[in-house]
Design a protein around this ligand. Structure first.
Ligand code: NAG
Length: 466
């Protein structure tokens, strides 16, 4: 018999079916990320900033290193300022999460939608107060993988020999999550070089990594100043946040007044924690659409802007000790080879917080938009550069790469493994180090922690002149 078209079609259909199954499986991982995941501010995963890592967490793009090709440059030093990896919520947020879940279980209307049923009957609080901000397994993985990528990117600096000889310096903030992170980073290097016998070692330095606590002018002028975050308070009770709250109450069938802005935020954070800790698309995420998430992201950005960034000059100035530490290290590393002593440090790994990175970036002049974000200009801020989701996700990092080049040392900065240009030196990816020094001359000659932080307090109001 003449074979009809059916078997062929059947075969094709089966093959196509297989293919489709395969495709939907492999894209499932991608689809299963909540559409609001890129708006979690400082609670954003590093993968949302570098989505190619979702496909291959160890993939490295050597093209991000951009010294001028004509000058035959080689990297001679790396200073990395790194934020700790994914962590548990702190006690304050764990309590809010508990309150929220109780409220929803007891008072929300029985949902017909699947996610609402899940939230009410399936989901149980598994967060306990002793978790308080500690690094989670995923956070350790964040730092291990970052270390392995950097070892591929800078094989001569993060080399096996440098690791074995203890030439790489490791400094951390005293907080548990940072100490765990600096250990995980070393674990990554040991894995990369298959050097499991190398001892762990790190120093703890809070003057350097938690400078904000030690700067009296900052503590009194911003941290304890009830009016310093006025814009955040206004926005919290403003019309955009009210809209998010109303929509969330409607989705839950809750009386509007039962939801406070703090509980709205707790639900948003809960979605972020379930994703960053367990890689789960939590049913809580369905409480928000993308425009709600943008409003909540803006609220976090406002807080960081007025607390840790350009909002108050003293916030950036409090990072002067770290600024000087980085440039002293670079100065030493950039000296002509023959003068270099045995104390040479090919790499310096500094692990701290979002609160460590943001002031330093602000001091260097990054992410300073023409118009400051306020409670009343949300709608004109869509194009702002100050987006903490992009700048300080978990495991965020600033990489200062010093090259030895024919015309002298050059410096390149990468933020979260992407090249950026120094404000004021936008013509080159890796300008001459002496030009960088000239650009930051005012800080190199000043930026004195003692006079900035211990001097007159209360006089430094909102940043209008710098
Ligand atoms: C508190 O912050 C406000 C607003 O930024 C500022 O005007 C004021 O000077 C600050 N007060 C103190 C004591 O620093």
């Amino acid at each position: 018999m003449f074979p009809g078209p059916l078997p062929t079609n059947g075969f094709l259909a089966a093959a196509l079916g297989l293919l489709l199954t395969h495709m939907s499986c492999s894209s499932l991982a991608v689809q299963d990320i909540p559409p609001i995941a890129a708006y979690f501010g400082t609670k954003t995963r590093y993968e949302e900033v570098n989505p190619h890592l979702l496909r291959d967490a160890l993939s490295v793009r050597p093209s991000v290193l951009k010294p001028p090709s004509a000058e035959r440059c080689s990297p001679v030093h790396l200073t990395a300022v790194i934020r700790h990896g994914s962590r548990y919520p702190t006690v304050k947020n764990i309590r809010r999460i508990q309150k929220l879940s109780e409220l929803v279980r007891k008072e929300a209307s029985r949902g017909s939608e699947r996610w609402l049923q899940d939230v009410q009957t399936q989901w149980e609080t598994w967060y306990t107060e002793d978790m308080d901000g500690q690094l989670v397994a995923k956070g350790r993985e964040d730092l291990r993988q970052l270390a392995r990528r950097l070892a591929v990117l800078f094989p001569s600096l993060l080399s096996e020999e440098n690791l074995r000889r203890g030439r790489i310096s490791f400094l951390s903030s005293s907080k548990h999550r940072c100490v765990s992170s600096v250990e995980a980073f070393q674990e990554g290097l040991r894995q990369h070089w298959d050097a499991h016998d190398v001892e762990y070692s790190h120093g703890v330095d809070d003057q350097l990594m938690r400078f904000f606590e030690h700067c009296r002018g900052y503590v009194e002028g911003v941290e304890k100043n009830r009016t310093a975050l006025l814009e955040v308070e206004k926005f919290k009770h403003g019309e955009e946040m009210e809209g998010v709250r109303r929509r969330m109450a409607e989705r839950l069938g809750l009386p509007h007044h039962r939801l406070t802005p703090d509980l709205v935020e707790a639900a948003f954070f809960l979605c972020s924690y379930e994703l960053s800790i367990k890689s789960l698309h939590s049913p809580w995420c369905f409480l928000f659409d993308e425009s709600d998430a943008k409003v909540l992201e803006y609220k976090s950005d406002l807080k960081q802007y007025w607390k840790r960034s350009h909002g108050h000059v003293i916030s950036s100035l409090s990072s002067c000790p770290l600024f000087h530490h980085v440039f002293r290290t670079l100065d030493k590393a950039g000296r002509p080879r023959r003068l270099v002593t045995s104390q040479e440090t090919p790499a310096s790994i500094l692990v701290g917080h979002a609160e460590t990175l943001l002031p330093l970036l602000s001091l260097l002049g990054f992410y300073k938009d023409q118009t400051p974000p306020t409670a009343s200009n949300y709608h004109s801020q869509h194009g702002r550069s100050f987006r903490t989701s992009q700048i300080v996700p978990y495991a965020a990092n600033l990489l200062f790469v010093l090259y030895d080049c024919q015309r002298g040392p050059r410096l390149q900065l990468l933020i979260n493994e992407s090249p950026v240009r120094f404000p004021g030196l936008e013509l080159e990816d890796a300008p001459l180090y002496r030009d960088v020094r000239a650009t930051f001359r005012h800080l190199l000659d000043g930026c004195d922690f003692h006079s900035e932080c211990e001097g007159r307090t209360g006089g430094r109001g909102p940043n209008t002149e710098l």
